[in-house]
Design a binder for this molecule. Structure first.
Ligand code: NZQ
Ligand code: ZN
Length: 389
């Protein structure tokens, strides 16, 4: 196990009715609030009314930023910064899924930066300071509610990149699984694939000594396998929604990656798909993952696939190693299919024409190879895209 520094400062209030802590929590960090949300789902579920009622009861002035898109745009960030500056905002409350939370994190950082917020995303400028933010999560997927990262898109330049800063950890997150009852079947499936992908990105690593982290990862994968379909068939199943929600946070808050040196691979490949075609993040991950697994499976990596196949999919350990490894990949793909996820790029509107550009962008951005479980170059990335067609 490699050395690491533990730092997961976000306070989590988990369970039905936990919104009761909202007023008190906000007052710990600020007095004038930016209330930010997406396209209106929070109004349909009555959450908007509840939040506003609490803000009013607590005499907390608030200003709104609405209409944050899935794959949040840099334009929404700029708009949020403007509202914050015009109204002396000192706290940002994100109510929604990962897109709303990510947008708020970058607003919070860009508030202290005089130039174009996009400079921060492309790392042309450094994040120095960040306004405090809190979240109320409505979709189990990204883990943004408990991590320090954010992913922002610029559709004009077809770029989508992640950034992180320790100041971007939410101060608190309210995780009430009942808020996710209305998440569509498609978004539920996508969220499950996203949680699993975050877990895979940490799990498939060359570090052999992080036994504990790997068993935690396997538990998260099994949780997704157990509850994914249930949440789709029974959207108001509290147990399923609760387990997926907590899995979402634990998969990416750092726990699984401590003591390992995993470099993420499938995510940068997927971000290109979203940057050019605006597709749903988790769906893109599900499509690419089995092809990535097949591509990186070789004599050096097979041990990890055997561990995965036996521990997660209960494949008979007496089988030949290569058989176990291949079966584990097949089962991964079948599982995504069982959630009704389209499993080819063509099904989500992606053809052959931009595959080379996207593969080039992936490599240019990292300035070399991508990933380190098995490092991929331009030809590798292109080959994975082509197989996923
Ligand atoms: O916009 P509204 O009306 O709220 O509708 C949203 C949106 O259409 C809807 N939704 C959310 N909660 C709902 C609901 N509909 C009904 N009932 C509810 N309770 O779902 C749609 C998708 O929402 P979005 O926030 O885009 O989804 P998600 O949470 O999957 O976030 C995806 C974004 O997060 C990034 C992705 O790249 C993508 O841009 N990621 C962020 C990460 C991070 N910060 O650590 C890591 C991830 O790997 C990921 O890259
Ligand atoms: Zn993700």
């Amino acid at each position: 196990m490699l050395n690491f520094n533990y730092n997961i400062p976000t306070k989590v209030f988990f369970g039905e009715g936990k919104i009761e802590v909202l007023g008190k929590q906000i007052k710990k960090y600020g007095s004038r609030v930016l209330l930010a949300y997406g396209g209106g789902s929070i109004k349909k579920i009555g959450l908007y009314d509840k939040v506003v009622e609490i803000l009013r009861e607590n005499n907390i002035p608030y200003y709104e930023l609405s209409g944050i898109d899935p794959n949040p745009r840099v334009e929404s960030v700029a708009e949020g910064v403007r509202i914050c500056r015009d109204n002396n905002i000192d706290f940002i409350l994100a109510v929604g899924g990962g897109s709303t939370i990510d947008c708020c994190k970058v607003i919070a950082a860009a508030y202290y930066y005089d130039g174009n917020p996009w400079d921060l995303v492309i790392r042309k400028a450094k994040i120095e300071k960040v306004l405090p933010i809190g979240t109320i999560l409505t979709l189990a997927a990204t883990g943004s509610e408990m991590d320090a990262g954010a992913v922002i898109s610029n559709m004009e330049t077809n770029q989508k990149y992640g950034i992180g800063h320790s100041g971007m950890f939410p101060k608190f997150s309210i995780l009430d699984p009942t808020y996710t009852y209305t998440v569509s079947k498609y978004q539920t499936a996508s969220g499950v694939a996203d949680i699993m992908s975050h877990t895979f990105e940490e799990y498939f690593s060359n570090e052999k000594g992080a036994y504990l982290q790997d068993r935690l990862a396997e538990s998260i994968l099994k949780t997704c396998m157990r509850y994914g379909r249930i949440a789709i068939d029974e959207p108001e199943n509290y147990e399923a929604r609760a387990n997926l929600m907590w899995a979402s946070s634990l998969a990416i808050n750092g726990l699984l990656g401590y003591g390992k040196d995993s470099a993420w691979t499938v995510h940068p490949l997927e971000h290109e798909l979203s940057a050019y075609y605006d597709i749903t993040h988790g769906i893109g991950l599900a499509i690419l993952t089995p092809h990535w697994m097949e591509h990186v499976l070789d004599e050096n990596t097979i041990w990890k696939f055997v561990e995965y196949g036996v521990n997660v999919w209960n494949i008979d350990s007496s089988l030949d190693d290569m058989e176990i490894a291949k079966l584990s990949i097949e089962k991964t793909s079948e599982f995504f299919k069982s959630l009704d996820i389209p499993m080819t790029l063509r099904e989500v509107g992606i053809g052959e024409d931009k595959l080379e550009i996207m593969a080039r962008d992936v490599i240019d951005y990292v300035g070399g190879t991508v990933g380190n479980f098995k490092a991929l170059d331009y030809e590798d990335v292109l080959s994975i895209y082509k197989k996923a067609l």
